[in-house]
Design a protein around this ligand. Structure first.
Ligand code: ADP
Ligand code: MG
Length: 720
């Protein structure tokens, strides 16, 4: 980079502070927006009341204090002979930023001050600094690209454009790894045109095709890497072939099953309900994966209440049918305990063969291993996992501790995966590999109730196969959601709580997320419980659940709530995921705007799990438009996937991609919202290239991909 003209040590440092260390970094720092000087409003045409972006050179700059002691910076700008006055209150730094000779864009509303037009506190983008801009400033005309955060590091947009221009000129025509035929088929301009067009467009019409090409490249790299990872996994991993007969899935409750039948069949024959079509389809996907020699690597998405638990159970039984163990990992102790209890109840009476016991047959053994299980009890379970006396283990991340080993781990299920890091997922799989015969990979199923829009799933979980439970069990009634804002409406919400409790059902009250601190949240929950128990809900049995309580206390409270000794449970978001109490029919969420949309939908999913009509009330007045839109969206829809799309619109993809997006593979230009079509095209091209020999034959593309992965992964993916 320092080989570029005008980039000495000082500039290198300034650019470094923007994360720009190579010419590649520079070329992929894309303009935030453009000003088209040819279509610029003339200063002389400005009318009071207009909101406008104007360009001008500072000819005068003075600062002083007003009568009230506020700082005031007055600036005069000139463009094409016309002038405009710009004033800044309480922004003393403007005096040094906008010294004479600086050229900048000013965005704001034109006001009138004693008969002269002026702008007050506009947004400012410095384009050309007063000095130090070696690039010929008199040429500021045509279209000017504005770069993000360039002002902060003391590098102007104009200078940045100059660096980019010099890099591009020196580089000459850029290597284009995409064959021309492919570019033609997908209407993609070549790389050289793309970089020139995005940074130095001659007209605005140059920008869109340039962007299209660069977005395509970003998606293509990502999809190629995902496709390669899958291919290598398929080549290198050895899975376990579990026996699976798809006909077993058609077994309805009450059907015939003998102790010779598979456990899956016995289980379904004795179960409380028949599978939904979606559950059957998903289990068929899973069964095929389990039976194949490749390890399963599958994501199961299903909205809250869609019935993922049964799918998990049947999957664990498939592993046991193959003579192997199954592990289910849940993100919290409450959930792990709930799963263990449900599994034990549902599996009661199922017999498995075991030559180690008298008679050669015994009950299925389900163990719970959470952080709370200690001492002797824990030692027994750990020993049982090692010898195979335990068939299924349900636990928290306690399952990952070093002394936990398996006789033969056949299936791993991770519930509510967004709570676990990618590393934890991998770590449980590695454990399976280490503790199954011949180092085979256990089958892996990741379950999530957080609906992810299709485009995002393609990017974030592109290396997993995907199954979706897109159908609710029959007879489920939509939850009636009300945004209670006026005092009357709030009263009605509490009245509903009292009515439902009087009818023998139960209620949740969710306390606001005060800060990102469980301790503070707990304090507020304690206070709210006291308040409700003495006011709105006087006379009812009101319990409390928060993250600062001991596990044993939490269990106790959950059990009391389940059995109705506690009628109303005041809780923090600890109950957000998975908690299943069928008799709960109303949930009140206080200061609901503080929660994200996905989280609100999760919370709402705590009710509506039984036969009764259920209700959700969201309280509180959002201080922002965005907060109001979230609540309105929640009221309007019960469909988690639809809400996920809304959420993506409201928040952008940054939050969504989170930790999975790291390093240089970041999508810098691409938008999952706007560019779905390009993503589809790029994915298809990537799959094609990897399936055929298109990639092996394209050394340039492979070299480029190497830039986006670390050395270790490169040698794994590209075998060199
Ligand atoms: P989630 O996907 O949120 O984990 P659960 O597995 O907890 O959903 O199921 C939600 C509720 O629906 C539970 O009470 C469960 O017993 C019930 N359920 C699941 N599958 C069916 C089905 N096929 N028919 C009827 N009820 C079902
Ligand atoms: Mg669940």
């Amino acid at each position: 980079m320092s080989q570029l003209r005008h980039i000495g040590p000082k500039r290198t440092e300034a650019l470094g502070s923007l994360g720009l260390e190579s010419v590649f970094d520079l070329l992929t720092l894309y303009p935030r927006r453009y000003i088209d000087r040819t279509r610029q409003v003339d200063l002389s045409d400005l009318v009071v009341g207009d909101e406008a972006a104007v360009f001008g050179e500072v000819t005068r700059c003075s600062s002083r204090r007003t009568g009230q002691g506020k700082s005031l910076v007055d600036v005069t700008i000139v463009d094409h002979g016309a002038t405009l006055k710009v004033s800044f209150f309480n922004q003393p730094w403007r005096a040094s930023q906008l010294s004479t000779g600086v050229q900048a864009i000013f965005f704001g509303k034109v006001g009138d001050f004693r008969g002269t037009r002026q702008m007050t506190n506009p947004v400012v983008d410095v384009v050309v600094g007063a000095s130090g801009d070696e690039r010929d400033a008199s040429r500021v005309g045509g279209i000017v690209a504005l770069y993000p955060a360039s002002g902060k590091a003391g590098v102007t947009s104009w200078e940045m454009g100059g660096f980019v221009e010099e890099s591009l000129r020196r580089a000459g025509p850029l290597l284009d790894p995409l064959p021309e035929a492919l570019r033609r088929d997908h209407s993609l301009v070549d790389r050289t045109a793309a970089y020139w067009g995005i940074h130095l467009p001659r007209e605005m019409a140059d920008v869109a095709p340039a962007r299209r090409r660069l977005v395509f490249d970003e998606f293509l790299r990502l999809q190629l890497l995902l496709a390669l990872r899958r291919r290598r996994l398929a080549e290198t991993a050895a899975g376990v072939r579990h026996p699976f007969d798809e006909h077993d899935l058609d077994v309805a409750p009450g059907a015939l099953a003998t102790s010779d039948s598979s456990l899956v069949r016995q289980f379904l024959a004795g179960h409380r309900f028949a599978l939904t079509r979606a559950q059957r389809r998903v289990l068929a996907d899973i069964g095929r994966d389990m039976a194949s020699a490749l390890p399963m690597h599958r994501l199961l998405q299903g909205d809250v209440g869609s019935g993922k638990t049964v799918v998990a159970l049947a999957t664990l039984l498939m592993a046991r049918d193959g003579g192997r163990q199954g592990a289910l990992m849940a993100p919290t102790e409450v959930l792990a305990e709930q799963h263990a209890a449900a599994l034990r109840a549902d599996l009661a009476g199922l017999r498995v063969r075991d030559d180690a016991v008298l008679g050669g047959e015994r009950d299925v053994v389900v163990a719970l291993l959470s952080g709370r299980v200690k001492g002797r009890e824990r030692a027994t379970i750990v020993e049982g996992l090692r010898t195979g006396a335990v068939d299924i283990v349900v636990g928290t991340h306690a399952l990952l501790s070093d002394d936990v080993t398996f006789r033969a781990l056949g299936a791993v299920i991770i519930d509510e995966q967004h709570r676990f890091g990618v590393e934890q997922r991998a770590s449980l799989r590695d454990k399976g590999r280490a503790h199954s015969e011949e180092g085979r990979d256990p089958d892996l199923l990741v379950m999530t109730a957080t609906p992810i829009p299709r485009t995002a799933a393609m990017v974030v979980f592109g290396d997993l196969d995907r199954s979706v439970l897109d159908e609710m069990p029959a007879g489920r009634r939509a939850i009636v959601t009300t945004w209670a804002l006026a005092p009357d409406a709030v009263d009605a919400a509490w009245q509903r709580v009292r009515d439902e409790v009087a009818a023998g059902r139960r209620a949740y009250v969710i306390c606001p997320l005060v800060e990102d601190s469980e301790r503070v949240a707990a304090t507020s929950a304690v206070a709210e419980r006291t308040r409700l128990a003495t006011h709105e809900l006087r006379g009812l049995s009101v319990g409390l659940l928060h993250g600062q309580m001991k596990s044993s206390e939490k269990d106790e409270v959950m059990a009391q709530f389940r059995f109705g000794e506690i009628q109303v449970l005041v809780a923090t978001v600890v109950i957000e995921v998975g908690v299943d109490v069928a008799d709960a029919s109303v949930i009140v969420i206080e200061d609901a705007w503080r929660f994200g949309l996905a989280q609100l939908h999760q919370l709402r999913g705590r009710v509506g799990r039984g036969d009764a009509q259920s209700y959700c009330y969201v309280l509180g007045e959002p201080p922002s438009e965005e907060g109001a839109q979230r609540l309105a969206a929640l009221v309007a829809s019960n469909d988690g996937f639809a809400l996920a799309e809304v959420d993506l619109d409201l928040r952008g993809e940054g939050t969504l991609l989170g930790a999975r997006q790291r390093g240089r593979s970041d999508l810098r230009l691409a938008s999952l919202r706007r560019d779905e079509e390009i993503l589809n095209e790029a994915r298809a091209v990537a799959l094609d290239l990897v399936a055929g020999d298109g990639l092996d034959a394209n050394a340039e593309l492979v070299d480029e991909l190497r830039l986006f992965v670390d050395a270790e992964e490169a040698s794994y993916l590209f075998r060199s």
